[in-house]
Ligand binder design. Structure first.
Ligand code: ASP
Length: 603
């Protein structure tokens, strides 16, 4: 090695030793005739002293280097002069007095500072990701990610799981998103799809008798990007034979508890065992299927208070089967804040936002203070438990709209009220989601999870006549307002699988073409099986205290789905398309501005 120790290794016990260190120049300073270099590598920082008297050559060479140069030094470890120790640095009691310095490589002036955690424009960070990776935040996040994957692997290995790789080039597996297609050169006109998940293959592994499978699997979904979405993302994917939903949930619950204890012990898990909440309850109480349960502010149904109301908006909504619900906040709000909330609700599709701030005595204030009778206002106050000075926000509309609006308002209120506990994880299992949702555009049912999810046996009878009310044997793991992942018990009998496909509007021929391999496999003794997959990126982000998953991915795409580092996607010459039997429909060459510029072209 070009070093005897790393830059994070030396302590008081090394004093007097001759050492050889290599790393990057983090910072350079001159002080009282001496030069100081903080030398950095993955492991830490070590202070190196260059003394013009003791080592004139090293001192002279030191004067020529700059930030991010790669250098090696040889020297002797000594204690720092009294009063100059740095308790914040693990190597802060010592320094290395250099007797020689070697430049291993120079560096251009970096486009942003590495040494300090300053805010840098995101596109610069992605364009120069290798420099960004030198910064402490990214380094810690990637190390944490590594700890998480190693922990998960050893945990599952100890539980008799087998890690199996599944192909990236395969037939489409529907998870509800658009597929990435890869043209086949050997079979022009035919395409592979990149897997949206290894779903069918892991089920086939169960038919193959593997019994317990896992994979840290890359999944590809061609969707619009957001802070919590990448085109390709990583799942901890598993499947178990002869297991019931409760077995799969409890195994993963134990895994999450052990994982947090091992890699992020500063985080407290709010409730163990993780509570179970049904989909119906979650929507009713929180207006979301992935509620943040770290705080209350639950939704309250106001129908009982409004049975005879003369206020037309509420009466009309209730008469047409809609909902009128509220969230109560323990304080009053300024006009401007109320206007902001109202704008947010309108953006989400609500007609408006009604509100009432309760007075100690006399008339209450608010947009519906005149429209509702004193009796109705009293009933609303007792339903919501609001006290004097508290505000109740009310939305009327279809059940879905009210859930969406108040679910969002609840989060916004919690943020402004500053009642979301930091350093706390509230895990829960969301259970009994519906198996199907109605797709009115296509006039057919869609799977809520995916088409291989088993119906709850209690509802199997409704498959034929009342599919909308069939619950799925599925479960999502949610945490702090995020859906970390989900899974289900699978259909393992051909007859039910065929019935589901037909509800999804697939003809016999389509079913055979798309899923024939799976149906055939089920005819050869498929064991009962089920599984789950959870997002590694989101999990690591939560453990790292990051809100954007790009902070825990080494080389993510930008929000506009571009790899700013290498410049993907990029146009290809027509010859390359010819080989694949492809011709672009557009006559114009791809718009240069719409494709990424690799950074070399822009520095
Ligand atoms: N394949 C599913 C998904 O990606 C997870 C599962 O059902 O195991 O969401």
């Amino acid at each position: 090695m070009l070093r005897s120790h790393t830059c994070g290794q030396l302590r008081a016990t090394h004093i007097g030793q001759d050492v050889h260190l290599s790393g990057w120049v983090n910072r350079l300073r001159n002080h009282g005739g001496l030069a100081f270099i903080d030398l950095r590598d993955r492991y830490g920082l070590t202070q190196v002293v260059l003394d013009p008297e003791a080592a004139p050559e090293a001192f002279a060479l030191g004067a020529t280097v700059g930030a991010e140069w790669v250098i090696a030094i040889r020297g002797t470890v000594r204690s720092r002069p009294q009063g100059q120790e740095n308790a914040d640095m693990p190597t802060g009691t010592i320094e290395v007095a250099a007797n020689s310095l070697e430049v291993l490589n120079a560096s251009k002036v970096p486009p942003f500072e590495i040494a300090r955690e300053i805010n840098v424009d995101d596109s610069q960070r992605l364009r120069f990701r290798y420099l960004d990776l030198r910064r402490a935040r990214m380094r810690q996040n990637l190390l944490l990610r590594h700890e998480v994957t190693s922990f998960v692997r050893s945990y599952l290995n100890a539980e008799d799981f087998v890690e199996v790789e599944t192909p990236i080039l395969m037939r489409a597996t529907p998870e509800g998103a658009r597929d990435f297609l890869v043209p086949s050169r050997v079979h022009p006109g035919s395409f592979y799809a990149l897997p949206q998940s290894p779903q069918q293959l892991k089920q086939l592994l169960m038919v193959g008798g593997l019994d317990r499978y896992y994979q840290i699997a890359r999944c590809f979904r061609d969707e619009d990007l957001r802070a919590d979405r990448e085109l390709e993302f990583t799942q901890v994917d598993m499947e178990l034979s002869f297991a019931e939903a409760s077995d799969i949930m409890s195994l993963n619950e134990r895994l999450f508890i052990a994982l947090v204890g091992a890699v992020a012990p500063r985080l407290k898990i709010r409730q163990i065992p993780f509570p179970h909440i049904t989909y119906g309850d979650a929507m009713e109480r929180y207006g979301s299927d992935k509620p943040d349960m770290r705080f209350g502010l639950e939704l309250v149904d106001l129908a009982p208070a409004l049975a005879n109301t003369e206020f037309r908006v509420f009466a009309g909504t209730l008469a047409s089967g809609g909902r009128v619900k509220a969230v109560a906040a323990p304080q009053g709000f300024t006009r401007r804040e109320v206007d902001e909330f109202t704008a947010l609700m309108r953006e989400l599709g609500a007609e408006g936002l009604a509100w009432l701030t309760f007075a100690e005595e006399g008339e209450h204030r608010g947009s519906v203070a005149r429209a509702l009778s004193a009796e109705e206002q009293g009933a609303i106050r007792s339903l919501t438990g609001a006290e004097a000075g508290h505000t109740v926000f009310i939305v009327a509309g279809s059940a879905d709209l009210v859930a969406k609006c108040l679910g969002r308002l609840r989060q916004e209120l919690a943020r402004r009220l500053d009642i979301i506990p930091a350093d706390e994880l509230f895990f829960a299992w969301l259970v009994e989601p519906p198996l199907f949702e109605w797709n009115s555009g296509e006039a057919r049912w869609d799977s809520v999870h995916h088409p291989f999810t088993a119906p709850d046996p209690r509802d199997e009878g409704k498959l034929a006549g009342d599919p909308g009310n069939v619950r799925a044997l599925a479960y999502d793991i949610i945490c702090n307002g995020y859906e970390l992942g989900g899974g289900s018990i699978r259909i393992h009998r051909t007859a039910i699988q065929e019935q589901v496909f037909s509800l999804l509007g697939l003809s016999e021929a389509q079913t055979q073409a798309q899923f024939g391999h799976l149906l055939r496999a089920f005819e050869f003794g498929a064991p009962p099986h089920g599984g789950i997959a959870w997002g590694l990126d989101r999990t690591v982000a939560i453990l790292a205290g990051e809100s954007n998953i790009r902070e825990v991915i080494a080389f993510p795409k930008s929000l506009s789905a571009v790899d700013l580092l290498t410049g993907a996607p990029s146009p290809v010459p027509q010859e390359d398309l010819d080989v694949l039997g492809l011709r672009l429909a557009a006559s114009d060459p791809p718009d240069a501005a719409s494709v990424a510029e690799p950074h070399l072209a822009t520095t």
